[in-house]
Design a protein around this ligand. Structure first.
Ligand SMILES: Cc1cc2nc3c(=O)[nH]c(=O)nc-3n(C[C@H](O)[C@H](O)[C@H](O)COP(=O)(O)O)c2cc1C
Length: 203
């Protein structure tokens, strides 16, 4: 499959299931996508926690709903509003697994100390790194015929995720890539802005 075709096949797919013939192959594809992704100064700041099976149930059936529910209550959101959120989270729970992307803040801090001239850039480059690995992993899954969507329940869930899955304090959670079998496609591609608005050329 050509690279651009693979990019085209990457969509936000929300109807995901556990009908994944080879889950280890999917996880290995994510790992390889992360290994092959570039990072500033080759800093390799990205870290990944893979959750499947019981851990997937725990994440989307307990950790995220509990954190979101508590936050909604604290903001005085009417109780009924949680039902819709819960239904959405149940959809993520139904997926095969989740790759949780973190950035290692110790590496960022070390680089800031080592290269003072670029100190302000390292946190920005770390944010770029997480975007690069996440999308590359997402495309790699699409190449395998698997679906995924990218969620951001951080920082609400950070403490509980760290406690439950023994995550080091220097790993900062940046995103959650939920993946699984495609139970229903993404539908039509979302509208794109005009080329004139984003591309210019000079010769
Ligand atoms: C940095 C980033 C953050 C995103 N955050 C979320 C999110 O929190 N929840 C979600 O459902 N989709 C999220 N998305 C998915 C985008 O909404 C989606 O990629 C975009 O609308 C284009 O649709 P497509 O993925 O089907 O091509 C995110 C995408 C990116 C690149």
């Amino acid at each position: 499959m050509s690279f651009l075709k693979s990019l085209e096949n990457r969509r936000s797919i929300y109807a995901l299931g556990k009908n994944v013939a080879d889950g280890e192959k999917a996880i290995e594809a994510i790992k390889e996508a992360v290994r092959l992704s570039p990072s500033a100064f080759n800093s390799q700041t990205s870290r990944v926690l893979f959750v499947t099976a019981d851990a997937q149930e725990k994440l989307w059936g307990e950790i995220v709903p509990d954190a979101v529910h508590a936050s909604m209550q604290a903001q005085g959101v009417p109780e009924e509003a949680f039902a819709g959120t819960k239904a959405k989270l149940d959809g993520f729970k139904a997926a095969y697994g989740t790759a949780l992307f973190f950035e290692d803040q110790d590496v960022v801090k070390d680089l800031q100390e080592q290269f003072a001239l670029y100190a302000d850039n390292f946190p920005v480059w770390s944010e770029q790194a997480t975007g690069i690995v996440s999308v590359n992993a997402w495309v790699a899954l699409a190449e395998l015929g698997l679906g995924a969507n990218l969620q951001h329940y951080n920082p609400l869930i950070d403490a509980e995720v760290a406690k439950t899955f023994n995550i080091p304090a220097n790993w900062k959670l940046r995103g959650q890539l939920v993946f699984g079998s495609v139970e229903e496609g993404a539908g039509d591609r979302k509208p794109m802005i005009e080329d004139d608005a984003r591309f210019v050329s000079a010769k």
